[in-house]
Design a protein around this ligand. Structure first.
Ligand code: GLU
Length: 508
């Protein structure tokens, strides 16, 4: 069989059998391994993205694994939501999903193998005993680590206790002395002393694997070559390397990704706003914008570009260019990024997204008889609003008046532009003149408004601003005469009269 030599950092080259697929040339295999105990978090999405980009950059395989062995906290609907979020982001996987819950027998076998080879041993300590020892250590202000009570039991004693049916976990036997080190592709040389590690549990007494056992068994069986994951896993890595060595298996390369912090430099959490990919989707963020935003949380593309099309990400992404400094999740930047993407989206792609947003907001289907929703008008309206949108939600929010008659006046806009006592009469007069304006286009409607202003001795701006609030409910909107065209003559007239009446009634 042909084998490929894979570059895996300075001292980690090894031989790997190639994947059967001819498309896959590099032998590189990476995985994203979320636990379905929550929705896909933006940090998880960044990890998935970096794995995906690395795989696509080198022509490797991207594997999806669902770490669902925590029976109490894992939920199938969360798995579904995670898969949906990944698909929405366009992070398609080549293999999997592999479900850990279907591999329990394999984990058990691996733990028993480690026990047979002397690298692990059964531990009969009960949770109560462990808890008491931990409390004691805390009371004495000693750092607690497992004291190795079951480490030295004789084979006969172990068998006796097992025969009695005493529940036991299986613990890994960490060497007494020495150290384990590795060259992290992002963080560089990392080393821990074995005396600082405890004999960690591999298999729980209920037969379920711990995270370490599941991860190592799977990464090995899936022939993962590069483990790319959050920096919060750095401290787990030496333990996992000890397991690979005990199993006499090749050790993959490791690349840990910088933590993501909120603007206050604290670990990103709900306090900082939405943290799930789904929430940003609901808020009208485009997947390409979110991907672009996430890719910059730890990686600087050549030329320090901000807007990076996906093909360029794939072309330029390098693990060695990932920074180890914490990244800051800046919502303002995401909003800016999204508006760039919305602005530059081809109109045919934007329209269905706007339709979806409007439907979601209960603004009905296009056959409502509302003029701006009719095919041609709708196209023009979306085009008119596109350059001002920051998110898709703007279409059902700030731009609501373009799609329904049910909208309210923004109180700030009222305060600013509806102060003048002459306005009700002026606005009614404008409506009457517009009823007779021919043709009803940008030039003629503008002329109508300006000559009315001149005639009444007021500034055109006064009328323009007041009419904008009357037609859109907002102080800021596209050019007034384009807005008139988008809404159509009848709606313009009725909205102007409505505003005048509202003003006469004292703003009620
Ligand atoms: N299930 C783990 C997590 O969600 C994955 C850890 C790993 O990639 O090794 O953090």
């Amino acid at each position: 069989m042909m084998v490929l030599l894979v570059q895996r950092g300075p001292r980690l080259n090894r031989l790997i059998a190639p994947s059967p697929s001819s498309r896959i040339m590099s032998g590189v295999r990476v995985r994203f391994a979320p636990s379905p105990t929550g929705y896909l978090h933006v940090g998880g999405a960044r990890t998935a993205l970096y794995n995906w980009l690395f795989a696509r950059h080198v022509g490797g395989v991207f594997i999806l694994r669902i770490e669902d062995t925590d029976m109490d906290r894992s939920k199938p609907e969360l798995t579904t939501a995670i898969l949906e979020s990944l698909e929405w982001l366009g992070l398609t996987w080549d293999e999997g999903p592999v479900y850990q819950s279907q591999r329990l027998a394999r984990y058990r076998e691996m733990a028993l193998n480690l026990e047979r080879s002397g690298h692990a041993y059964p531990c009969f300590c009960t949770p109560e005993e462990l808890q008491a020892k931990r409390a004691q250590a805390e009371a004495e202000r000693r750092a607690w680590k497992y004291d190795g009570a079951c480490r030295a039991l004789s084979a006969a004693e172990r068998e006796r206790r097992r025969a009695e049916g005493r529940p036991s976990a299986i613990r890994f036997r960490v060497p007494d002395s020495g150290q384990t080190s590795f060259e992290d592709q992002v963080f560089g040389h990392i080393e821990v002393q074995h005396r600082d590690l405890e004999d960690f549990v591999l298999l729980r007494s209920d037969g379920h694997p711990t995270y370490h056992l599941g991860v190592v068994a799977d990464d090995l069986d899936l022939r993962v070559t590069h483990v790319i994951r959050g920096a919060d896993h750095i401290s787990n890595t030496p333990k996992q390397i000890l397991m690979y060595r005990a199993l006499e298996a090749p050790v993959p390369a490791f690349a840990h990704l910088p933590l993501i912090l909120g603007p206050d430099k604290q670990r990103l959490s709900k306090r900082h706003g939405a943290t799930s990919v789904g929430a940003y989707r609901e808020q009208g963020v485009l997947p390409e914008a979110l991907v672009n935003f996430l890719v910059l949380l730890g990686w600087t593309p050549p030329g320090q570009k901000e807007i990076v099309p996906r093909e360029e990400m794939i072309r330029d992404f390098e693990l060695t260019a990932v920074s180890k400094s914490n990244a800051v999740f800046d919502l303002e930047k995401l909003a800016w990024m999204n508006s760039e993407y919305v602005r530059n989206l081809p109109a045919e792609q934007l329209r269905p997204l706007v339709e979806r947003e409007l439907t979601k907001a209960g603004l009905g289907a296009r056959d409502s008889g509302f003029a701006p929703r009719q095919e041609e008008r709708f196209k023009q309206t979306v085009l008119l609003l596109q350059s001002r949108a920051r998110t898709l939600q703007d279409f059902s929010g700030a731009f609501r008046a373009f799609f329904t008659d049910e909208f309210t006046y923004d109180p700030e806009a009222e305060k600013k532009f509806w102060k003048d006592a002459a306005l009700p009469a002026l606005i009614d007069a404008l409506a009457e003149r517009l009823a007779a304006t021919e043709p009803f286009d940008v030039a003629a409607t503008e002329k109508t408004l300006r000559s009315l202003a001149e005639e009444k001795g007021v500034k055109a701006g006064l009328l323009i601003n007041a009419a904008r609030v009357a037609l859109t409910g907002q102080a800021v909107a596209p050019g007034l005469f384009e807005v008139m065209l988008a809404l159509g003559r009848d709606r313009v007239i009725s909205r102007l009269h409505r505003a005048a009446a509202h003003l006469r009634a004292g703003g009620k």
